[in-house]
Ligand binder design. Structure first.
Ligand code: GLC
Ligand code: CA
Length: 534
């Protein structure tokens, strides 16, 4: 959204785009923070949790928006940024002014500079420390992120109660859930004497209980870039904590696979993140609004991804990631974009698409840090890509080069049946008809070729099978579906007429073009007649 207060690109403007989003086939939309904020971290520095930034509209506009979304069957998820507030938040202002303030203990203080003040920065290279001295309070305060984002003392029961109140408020206004920002830090113990931070997982259960009790079908989608062995701590063994989590493990290994054509680490990442409660789900994504964080790969793997997709210093960020959008990373190569998106739509979980990626939008590396991949949506060839009537959008529209709005925009792609937009719309439609991916159990099949990933899902008496060739040359593979029974010798292609019949031993021989992909149903198209109830 564009916060210049002209009624376009804000909540009213966004509401007028709901039909476009509905047509694309999305079922939920995640809004980045739109609450009152000085805007020093694109709204991730909130100064009032219960208000809409006036530049985006009013609470009234917000409710009109959630109503419009509901009419179209689109769920609204909003960011829940409660690890920290803005330093301009009245709570912090009160806390720093007065040691007796009831808000003093809502933040983390230290009389002296803690010994670990230069450790644990989330934005290394930009952020110098995690503790800063406040002249008014005459004490040091803790900030995991930028110095204008003081951390809330989330162990304080009063702060926890406030977090529930914030959720309760927005739930009442029509949202269906929250993308919870920086969850590992929210639940971490914090303080000057904390040398080994500990996660207070019980807190997650209390968030969920509250939400579920208020509105049964609402969810929390956690941003937690953690190691697979702690995943179940976040989901809860009994499915009693987070409903959903972004799968950062798969994300990083997916980019490694795209860079190296070696799918083995990706398959391993899928297997290591396979366990989840029946009521929990992964969010599968390619790019988001932050840098592509490659911090969980080995040094050699990370270098491989840098070499392939972000070799220049200006492409990289925080010594761990790439700040580009996916289309320029893949050289705008349509075959590779389809391959990447086909993977995103077929890996185990719920696909999460970033705005503009359905068009293959680019980035603007002249903008600082992560702002480069947050440029306005390119709607048409009108001035400023049709995003705003204001001459000066808050973030400039990309307006030159191959990714400029003159070349990449929704209006023109709409008219072209072969466009990325129409491809995305068709693939979303097909994805919805393959619920096996979200609900089923998966198996990685042997193709005898490390660059060809074969995945089979089984659910309610049906199976589907996906092939992806990550190599830049055509590959022929021979594989077995791994299933028994007479139906299994045919693979029905869901996207084209090129079906496969098993050979003598029931094996399939498939020739995939460079970066080719296949979506098959095993057996036949009578699957809905055969679907069982369990
Ligand atoms: C999360 C957000 C990021 C933000 C940070 C601080 O990592 O994704 O955009 O800057 O939290 O709230
Ligand atoms: Ca605007």
């Amino acid at each position: 959204m564009d916060a210049n207060g002209d009624g376009i690109g804000d909540f009213q403007g966004l509401m007028r785009r709901l039909d476009y989003l509905h047509g694309l086939g999305i079922t939920a939309i995640w809004l980045m923070p739109f609450q009152c904020s000085p805007g020093r971290d694109d709204g991730y520095d909130i100064s009032d949790y219960y208000g809409v930034n006036p530049a985006y509209g009013t609470l009234g506009d917000f409710v009109e928006f959630t109503h419009g979304a509901k009419q179209r069957g689109i769920r609204v998820l909003i960011d829940l940024v409660v690890n920290h507030t803005s330093d301009e938040h009245p709570w912090f202002q009160d806390a720093r002014r007065d040691p007796e303030s009831k808000y003093r203990d809502w933040y983390i203080w230290s009389k002296t500079k803690p010994p670990n003040a230069n450790k644990g920065m989330v934005f290394p290279g930009v952020q110098k420390s995690t503790w800063s001295r406040d002249a008014m309070a005459k004490e040091w305060y803790f900030h995991r992120f930028y110095d204008f984002q003081p951390d809330l003392n989330t162990s304080n029961p009063a702060v926890q109660a406030e977090i529930l109140k914030i959720m309760g408020f927005w739930i009442q206004l029509g949202v269906s859930g929250f993308r919870m920002d920086a969850v590992p830090f929210v639940i971490s113990t914090k303080g000057p004497n904390v040398t080994q931070p500990r996660e207070q997982y019980d807190m997650l259960r209390s968030f969920r209980e509250f939400l579920q009790w208020r509105v049964g079908d609402s969810i929390i989608l956690a941003e937690a870039n953690v190691l697979p062995n702690t995943d179940m701590q976040y989901f809860g063994d009994a499915g009693d904590r987070m409903h959903m989590m972004f799968n950062f493990q798969v994300n990083q290994n997916l980019f490694y696979a795209l860079a190296s054509s070696d799918t083995r680490p990706l398959a391993k990442a899928m297997q290591r993140t396979e366990s989840r409660p029946a009521s929990g789900q992964w969010g599968i994504f390619l790019r988001n609004h932050d840098e592509l964080d490659l911090g969980r790969l080995t040094k050699a793997q990370r270098q491989r991804v840098f070499d392939a997709f972000g070799p220049n210093k200006e492409d990289q960020l925080y010594n761990r990631g790439i700040r580009r959008r996916i289309a320029p990373m893949l050289g705008g190569d349509r075959r590779r974009l389809e391959l990447a998106y086909s993977l995103m739509f077929t890996l185990p979980g719920t696909p999460v698409l970033r705005y503009g990626d359905e068009l293959g939008m680019g980035d603007d590396l002249s903008l600082p840090e992560r702002v480069c991949c947050r440029t306005p949506m390119q709607w048409s060839t009108e001035p400023n890509g049709g995003f705003t009537k204001n001459d000066k959008p808050v973030v400039p529209v990309i307006s030159d080069g191959p990714y400029g709005f003159q070349h990449i925009n929704a209006a023109e792609q709409r008219r072209d049946s072969n466009s990325m937009l129409n491809w995305t719309e068709r693939i979303i439609r097909m994805r919805k008809e393959v619920p096996e991916i979200g609900w089923g159990e998966f198996e990685v099949l042997d193709t005898g070729d490390d660059s060809v990933l074969a995945l089979r899902y089984d659910w309610k008496n049906n199976s589907v099978l996906f092939l992806h060739n990550l190599a830049s040359e055509p590959r022929e593979v021979e594989l077995s579906t791994g299933l028994k029974g007479k139906d299994n010798d045919s693979l029905i292609n869901l996207l084209s007429n090129d079906h496969s019949r098993g050979g003598e031993k029931g094996n399939h021989r498939v020739c995939l073009e460079a970066y080719g992909y296949r979506w098959y149903r095993v057996g036949g198209l009578d699957y809905l007649l055969k679907r069982s109830e369990f």
